[in-house]
Design a protein around this ligand. Sequence first.
Ligand code: SF4
Length: 142
Amino acid sequence: MDFTYPPTVCFECNGCGLCCADTDHKLRHILMLESEAEEISAQTGKHIEEFAGESSGTQPYIYEMKKVQGDCVFLKDNKCIIYELRPLICRFYPFELKYDADKGTHVFTATPECPMIGQGKLLSKKDFETLYALAEERLPQS
Ligand code: SF4
């Protein structure tokens, strides 16, 4: 596992739902892998077209979650109703993983948009190893 991560970041999700909806400053793009959309469809009995639209130029993510009045279609009473099936992007928030070609390694960064960055427990390397392993498992190997 070759990645770097913010060594002294605290975070604990408080279920505020901010990351599941558009904000005044940000249009949310909840991108999904084909495998994730198929799994959600299989488990919910919904056709992919009922909850996702095709997304272009965002490979390997080929679907984008639909929204209702700015909220993810699966956000009900501020709760994710497919929590166990939620896509990688949702599991990663408020972190992002990008490949830094100059450094030749993957880099985790945190978005300051999330009000819970700096709150809660200090995250360990183990926490980021778990996310990295999930990305390795789901993302097509380049
Ligand atoms: S799938 Fe769930 S966690 Fe992801 S944006 Fe929708 S409601 Fe939020």
